[in-house]
Ligand binder design. Structure first.
Ligand SMILES: Cc1cc2nc3c(=O)[nH]c(=O)nc-3n(C[C@H](O)[C@H](O)[C@H](O)COP(=O)(O)OP(=O)(O)OC[C@H]3O[C@@H](n4cnc5c(N)ncnc54)[C@H](O)[C@@H]3O)c2cc1C
Length: 380
């Protein structure tokens, strides 16, 4: 009987893992099945563009998989039975058995951080949420205020994109930290400040949001902050599925894995991307990013292929090359990093950085109108 590899989640990590595995194992008796909630590949790194009103290219997963032996199942995974080694889902075929499972379910928003966020806040974590924000932004009057909460990369990109596409809005960026995005070299931070000023984004550091309301938000020190839309970008949370199935996870629900991305509790299971609590070369937990997801996707394919061929695989070394920040469509920052993610002194800014980022994003999937298959070599 064939060895059945099932990959759950077709984002950057899961799609690259499935394609590379199928290619590496095409001459062996191994089947690769990819289960995903939608038949489209979601370019998550562009969802702030969608929220700002831009049109994104539709990327069909079937096109992405054409020419490979990967079998696509479009269904939402509802549970994993580790004893019976079965994945359950809400659509046909209902259940699939596995010999090896790759858990690549990505992450969602953290709307349960403060009261009222679930009811009143917007996010950009998935296409449905980003579209909801897009509609809200289109319906509010000129001069309305949009408050973006979170001074990390997603908050910066979302605030910049909204401000550039909607100069009629007042965009505010709120962060509990002393400043936005602290992991940048001095020159990059200076550029960031100037770019936010130019775009009219006002930054409110040391502002701790206590609750989100229909008419804005309240802060921990009791102040009210009026806003016509509050966008919540304080980080990502991973699905509960891994914990519910009994896998060893960290406190946030990311699956704990060893240096080969193998579950520390279930050796027939691997985790990649945002859903994995892997350890990077610095010893710190892996950063949730497209760059890391692609690296893990390719790495896990090499590990599984090696083991199935009777070889002992080496560790998947999670190292960083750069942090890419878009500041609208015509500006950006590329902060080159050391392998351990510390910023180096090399920084690219302005239009050159915007072009660099666009080239990198396109290389992760070929976003041509027909959505041709992606390249195996691409880096995020
Ligand atoms: C607006 C925005 C901008 C970003 N910009 C950058 C950036 O510039 N650079 C960068 O490195 N990172 C960026 N990120 C982060 C990056 O998008 C994520 O780290 C990356 O997508 C993680 O890849 P992944 O494959 O682990 O998960 P995902 O890309 O989230 O893919 C997970 C897949 O699993 C599927 N899935 C989930 N649950 C189920 C289920 N129950 N059943 C079936 N399928 C399921 C989803 O449909 C999805 O296809 C950004 C994120 C956002 C939201």
């Amino acid at each position: 009987m064939s060895h059945r590899v099932v990959v759950v989640g077709a984002g950057y990590a899961g799609l690259s893992a499935a394609k590379r595995l199928a290619r590496k194992l095409r001459r062996s008796d191994v089947t690769v099945t990819l289960v995903n909630a939608s038949d489209r590949f979601v370019e998550r790194v562009r969802l702030h563009q969608l929220a700002a009103g831009q049109r994104l290219v539709e990327l069909s997963l079937r096109h992405q998989l054409s020419g490979t032996t990967v079998q696509l199942v479009v269904a939402r995974v509802t549970a994993i039975d580790t004893t019976g080694r079965t994945v359950y889902m809400d659509a046909a075929p209902g259940a699939i058995s596995y010999d090896t499972l790759v858990y690549a379910m990505g992450s969602g928003g953290r709307l349960d951080d403060v009261p009222g966020a679930v009811e009143h806040a917007y996010t950009v974590v998935d296409p449905e949420q980003a579209t909801r924000l897009r509609h809200r932004v289109a319906e509010v009057a000129s001069g309305s205020t949009v408050a973006v909460v979170g001074g990390g990369l997603t908050g910066l990109e979302t605030a910049s994109e909204l401000a550039e596409s909607h100069p009629e809005l007042r965009v505010r960026l709120l962060t509990g930290a002393d400043d936005v995005e602290s992991g940048l070299a001095a020159r990059a931070r200076t550029h960031l400040r100037r770019a936010l000023d130019r775009l009219g984004v006002s930054v409110h550091p040391k502002t701790f949001v206590a609750a989100v309301r229909e008419d804005g938000l309240s802060t921990r020190d009791g102040a009210l902050f009026a806003a016509d839309a509050v966008v919540w970008t304080t980080g990502f949370r991973t699905p509960e599925l891994a914990r519910a199935a009994g896998f060893a996870t960290d406190e946030s629900g990311r699956m704990l894995v060893d240096a080969t991305l193998r579950s520390v509790s279930h050796p027939e299971v691997y985790a990649v991307g945002d859903a994995a609590a892997a350890v990077s070369v610095s010893g710190a937990p892996s950063r949730m990013s497209c760059q890391t997801a692609l690296l893990m996707g390719r790495g896990v394919a090499d590990v599984i292929a090696a083991r199935l061929m009777g070889r002992d695989p080496g560790p998947v070394r999670i190292r960083y090359v750069f942090t890419n920040i878009s500041l609208g469509r015509r500006d950006g920052i590329v902060q080159f990093t050391r392998a351990d993610d510390r910023p180096s002194r090399f920084v690219l800014t302005g239009r050159a950085a915007a072009v660099f980022k666009e080239t990198v994003v396109r290389s992760t999937v070929r976003s041509g109108p027909r959505g041709e298959p992606d390249r195996d070599e691409s880096d995020g």
